[in-house]
Ligand binder design. Structure first.
Ligand code: GDP
Length: 297
């Protein structure tokens, strides 16, 4: 569907005669292509603009390296600048889960992949890190969501907190904490209720749970295919609840990964994991290199 940016840039430069340094005009021509490619990859306009400006400053007047073509050189500058924005502090995928039992709060809109991601992460913690994990669903308005987590738990061999009808989310969170302590769990994961849109009720509920659980990590799950919406959701959740990291789901889809760039540029929050499918193993640590490659095409 998309033209390949690397090829497009090389094409632009092949038409120009070789000079000793990248001229303003060369760079301007190339950066028009970069801007279009970013917008096609669903990067938001202000982010694309700022990014292009930063690249322009880096590229202008840079001596042309003998071994690579000017086109390749601009692609490299763009690539390195993408990595700079995409990579957060710390190791990607690292979670603060010392001092057991460590609470992890999972938040996000309904349909973002929150419950699936909760189970995927629990499985990962169990399989890769040898952790004992307890999962609890706090979605009291949707019994089906509670059942879904219990079924996933059985599939992956991770315990879920037994469902008690009529309990409110705060009471469930407290019971999960007690159970995690008594049962010798390393981690307990609280899968909060999702809604289709952020509303005061959703935020109040998540905040109340946060206050009793005092989570070591609050992970926001957002659909990576929703582009700018994903960034707005993240900004709002972070303002109201505080988010320690983001999980971008559906990165196996057609999207070009632009949401990741906007997410980092706008919220500054680390993207810790990406979801790459519906299966329980389809989660990976976020790799800036990979996303940069995808945006560049
Ligand atoms: P929740 O409402 O946020 O808890 O969303 P669910 O966890 O129920 O997920 C909604 C749908 O998205 C389910 O059909 C999941 O299998 C699917 N899903 C979740 N994560 C991914 C992902 O990374 N890639 C794809 N392709 N589908 C996903």
């Amino acid at each position: 569907m998309f033209e390949n940016l690397s090829e497009r840039l090389s094409g632009v430069f092949d038409r120009l005669t070789k000079q000793g340094a990248l001229s303003d005009e060369d760079v301007a021509t190339a950066l028009r292509e970069v801007r279009v490619a970013l917008l096609e990859a669903d990067v938001s306009l202000p982010v694309a603009r700022d990014f292009v400006k930063a690249v322009q400053e880096k590229a202008t007047g840079q001596a042309v390296t003998k071994s690579i073509t000017p086109g390749q050189q601009v692609v490299k500058i763009v690539h390195d600048a993408l990595i700079d924005v995409l990579k957060g502090e710390g190791e990607p995928g690292a979670l603060k889960i010392d001092n057991p039992p460590a609470p992890i709060l999972m938040v996000g809109l309904q349909g973002s992949g929150k419950t699936t991601t909760t189970a995927k992460l629990a499985k990962r913690l169990k399989d890769r890190d040898g952790k004992r994990v307890l999962m609890a669903s706090l979605d009291v308005n949707r019994p089906a969501a509670m059942e879904q987590l219990a079924i996933l738990g059985m599939q992956i061999g991770v315990d879920t907190l037994p469902i008690v009808k009529g309990e409110d989310p705060v009471a469930i969170a407290k019971r999960a904490k007690t159970q995690a302590g008594l049962g010798g769990y390393d981690v307990y994961m609280l899968d909060t209720a999702g809604r289709l849109h952020i509303d005061a009720d959703l935020i109040a509920q998540a905040a109340a749970v946060r206050d009793v659980a005092n989570p070591r990590e609050t992970l926001l799950v957002v659909d990576g295919l929703t582009g700018q919406d994903a960034v707005n959701v993240a900004t709002e959740f972070d303002d109201k609840i505080g988010v320690s990291g983001v999980v971008l789901t559906r990165m196996d889809g057609d999207g070009r990964g632009g949401a990741a760039l906007s997410m980092r540029a706008v919220t500054g929050k680390p993207i810790k994991f990406v979801g790459l499918g519906e299966k329980m193993d389809a989660i990976e640590t976020f790799e800036p290199e990979r996303i940069a490659g995808r945006i560049l095409g």
